[in-house]
Design a binder for this molecule. Structure first.
Ligand SMILES: NC(=O)c1ccc[n+]([C@@H]2O[C@H](COP(=O)([O-])OP(=O)(O)OC[C@H]3O[C@@H](n4cnc5c(N)ncnc54)[C@H](O)[C@@H]3O)[C@@H](O)[C@H]2O)c1
Length: 322
């Protein structure tokens, strides 16, 4: 079986490509290192016989012209990372929109294969803010989207995911494309996830012995899904009868307060700093939790506990901060 992973040098893409390579898939990774690093983990992966790496840019249509024969196309390439949504919103949009349209223009010429597009909970973040308590949480797939403030360039990312989802259905209709599925990741975490996320940031501050330890808000609840579970879920969705569907990937069984997340990081590190609670960041929503009933119906059950996942992250990140 042949699989193409766009964005396969990034966080989830690299874990996914390794997971597929472990099962003897013939894996092609397409990435331009816009965000990813060519680190040891990645070099080890592309050294494998059944893994090919193509350093290419998805915003260029010619990046795809010589590609063919894939059974599965996982489209993960995007410019992620909240800082980028503000710093380079034009590039975020270009990669998210033009890149995805290039993938689609190429994919519809292929005689076989299934295409998976990775969307995000950011697609419905505006509707959540607008509808407040009327918005369902845990959140099922069939909620409306809304861009509540188009002047806020943070929307470069969420809007590109909204367009990506619309584009998948539009190409399906226009080109009779049947084999496709959309997933929306919810807070996937794990080693090699970068530094712009609450878990590596808490680890960094613990390693640097911050005391008192500042928590901004802390009463907000979130759910976290370990990357190995996220990757298994991604393959399961791809390889199940999910054509035309949208499926949430994440967890809904271990929602916790950010304050309790910090405590878990302290426990893993064996520290007990004083807590200094500061006002919550502006605009942060009190609750975010996906409804994953559709994913569970496919047979998914997570296997890495939050404690175990934090430990894996701590072991991987600790040395990076010392
Ligand atoms: N991590 C999460 O919890 C999460 C949540 C929601 C959605 N997603 C989506 O899942 C996908 C993977 O996320 P991630 O966390 O692994 O992000 P990541 O930033 O680690 O990986 C994205 C990869 O895309 C590559 N890329 C960017 N522009 C490119 C271009 N023009 N051509 C080729 N490659 C390019 C980057 O170099 C990077 O390796 C993304 O589409 C992201 O938006 C992730």
């Amino acid at each position: 079986m042949k699989a193409l992973v766009t964005g396969g040098a990034g966080f989830i893409g690299c874990h996914l490509a390794r997971h597929l390579a472990d099962q003897d898939y013939d894996v092609t990774i397409l990435d331009n290192f816009a965000r990813a690093e060519e680190d040891e983990d990645f070099k080890k992966l592309v050294d494998r016989e059944n893994v090919t790496f193509l350093k290419r840019d998805i915003t260029l249509a010619e990046s795809f012209t010589d590609l063919e024969g894939f059974d599965y196309v996982y489209h993960l390439a995007a410019i992620n990372g909240t800082g980028n949504f503000y710093k380079i919103p034009d590039k975020v949009l270009k990669v998210g929109v033009l890149g995805t349209l290039n993938v689609l223009d190429w994919f519809v010429t292929q005689p076989k294969g299934k295409l998976l597009f990775t969307s995000s909970s950011e697609t419905y973040a505006g509707a959540l803010r607008l509808l407040g308590e009327k918005f369902p949480i845990p959140t099922p797939e069939e909620v409306p989207f809304a861009v509540d403030d188009p002047t806020n360039v943070r929307w470069s990312y969420g809007a590109s995911k909204i367009i990506g989802e619309v584009a998948m259905h539009a190409y399906a209709k226009a080109h009779d494309m049947k084999n496709y599925v959309i997933i929306r990741y919810h807070n996937i975490y794990g080693p090699r996830m970068g530094f712009e996320h609450v878990i590596p940031q808490f680890i960094e501050r613990v390693v640097k012995k911050e005391n008192p330890f500042k928590i901004y808000g802390g009463q907000e609840t979130r759910t976290f899904c370990y990357v190995d579970d996220g990757v298994r879920a991604t393959q399961l969705v791809m390889e199940s009868g999910t054509n035309g569907q949208t499926i949430h990937i994440g967890r809904s069984d271990d929602e916790l307060k950010i304050l309790d997340l910090a405590q878990k990081v302290f426990n893993v590190a064996g520290v007990s700093p004083e807590i200094d609670v500061q006002p919550a960041p502006e605009g942060s929503v009190m609750r975010r939790c996906p409804d994953i009933a559709k994913l569970e119906k496919l047979g998914f059950a997570p296997s890495t506990s939050l404690n175990e996942g934090i430990k894996q992250c701590y072991d991987w990140y600790e040395g990076k901060f010392t």
